[in-house]
Design a protein around this ligand. Structure first.
Ligand code: AN7
Length: 418
């Protein structure tokens, strides 16, 4: 069924064929959406689908039945109920969807399984991306599974260790670019056009089709009842756009009866979407020098900003920024109060939750889902930098016991961060 889809410009409505290699509209440069004929779709096939992860929802993915997916078991991540964290912010219903438990450690795998499957269908000669880290790690691994050459451009010195290690280990050709992510994306877009490589940044609409399955899983994990609000970090602004599209499709099919308030969180040093939201604008003014310890979202010119702002406005959500210190406190709090280890960018969603609860934007009875996008081990250097160092002791029982007795073993409820 899902062969019946169109690539359509969200600005001028121009349509493209599914065999065209296009990322933005050839006429007006607008972003493209993948559109399905929902009247032809059977909601039962979605609700009753068997299997696990992204491909469970293949009735709502842009492939025909006999397409062989390039897959490593992505998706199917846990939705943790977080009562201790909920109490600490003064609400009653809170869940965390831990996308860091995808096979390569971030939500990017959902987009890449679809994007690289499309690359095989298009018979491209290679794949490429710019990345703050996770996109490159994920692409490197899917390219290895698919047997495709892979080129990744990273901002020099600004990518967390675990992500660089993955890209290098899995055989991507890694370029360390003297510039930031926005520079890297500008360069790789030109190269993809001129060298006939397939671009797998989130400007590629197939990436977002994979990522929209986060919405399907959340809805299904809550027995097809949507939450009131979904909070997530925003960098290049693809994920918030994708998840909104997923919730819209469920509503369109009559499976659910609304969409959650899409709530995007950026770091204070890289917040073009938040600035646009505060001024009621539908597009951003790029920030030339983005800076934050949450290196994954150190992005000043998010390519999907127009889609993200549409998602936020149309769903009655908000965009808010948080400081690096708030991100750090929230990373520690989530790790210790709930046992969920995430990288700094992901902790932005928790920092946003705390700030919006303090501000009274989030009501105590709202059902809230925070999405944590990447695993703690992506950025081990940051984890070590913000924690107490280990106690150095001789191999002697008394020496260890003395220090142990001096320690205060707090109950988890008593933990307070800032
Ligand atoms: C952990 O890897 O942009 O708003 O090049 O790695 O969809 O961009 C990463 C983004 C949030 C932001 N959390 O998502 C890249 C890249 C983590 C991330 C985001 C990213 P988008």
């Amino acid at each position: 069924m899902s062969e019946a889809y169109k690539l359509e410009c969200m600005r001028c409505g121009t349509r493209f064929s599914k065999d065209d290699i296009v990322y933005t509209c050839g006429k007006c440069d607008g972003l493209l959406d993948i559109k399905y004929d929902y009247s032809e779709m059977d909601a039962e096939r979605v609700v009753e689908a068997k299997g696990e992860g992204v491909w469970k929802y293949r009735a709502l993915l842009p492939f025909n039945e006999d397409t062989e997916p390039v897959t490593i078991g992505e998706g199917n991540t846990p939705l943790y109920r977080c009562d201790r964290l909920a109490r600490s912010v003064g609400i009653t219903n809170l869940w965390v969807k831990h996308e860091g438990l995808n096979p390569t450690g971030s939500f990017k795998d959902r987009g890449m399984t679809v994007g690289v499957t499309k690359a095989m269908e298009l018979n491209v000669k290679g794949v490429a991306c710019a990345s703050t880290g996770n996109t490159s790690a994920s692409l490197a691994i899917f390219a290895a599974r698919a047997g495709l050459p892979c080129y990744v451009l990273l901002p020099a010195g600004k990518v967390a260790l675990g992500k660089v290690a993955q890209a290098m280990m899995h055989g991507a050709k890694v370029f360390s670019l003297n510039g930031n992510f926005d520079d890297a994306l500008r360069v790789v877009r030109r190269l993809c056009d001129e060298e006939r490589l397939y671009l797998l940044n989130s400007v590629n609409p197939y990436r977002l089709e994979g990522q929209k399955t986060i919405a399907f899983e959340i809805a299904e994990q809550l027995n097809w009842e949507i939450p009131d609000r979904v909070i997530l970090p925003v960098g290049n602004a693809g994920n918030i756009s994708a998840i909104y599209k997923g919730f819209l499709e469920l509503k369109e099919l009559g499976i659910t009866n609304g969409v959650p308030m899409m709530t995007g969180i950026q770091a204070e040093g890289a917040q073009p979407v938040v600035h646009a939201f505060r001024h009621g604008r539908s597009d951003i003014i790029p920030e030339p020098h983005p800076e934050t310890i949450a290196s994954a979202i150190r992005i000043g010119n998010p390519v999907n900003a127009v889609k993200a702002l549409r998602a936020i406005y149309d769903s009655g959500g908000v965009a808010e920024s948080v400081t690096d210190d708030e991100i750090t406190d929230s990373q520690l709090l989530l790790a210790r109060l709930e046992g969920i280890g995430v990288e700094p960018a992901s902790a932005a969603s928790i920092a946003g939750l705390r700030k919006l609860c303090d501000m009274g934007v989030i009501e105590p009875d709202e059902r809230v889902v925070c999405i944590t996008t990447g695993h703690l081990l992506k950025d081990p250097e940051r984890a070590i930098a913000i924690c107490e160092p280990p106690y150095e002791v001789p191999a002697d029982v008394e020496a260890v016991r003395r220090i142990m007795h001096d320690m205060k073993g707090e109950r988890r409820e008593e933990l307070v961060y800032a």
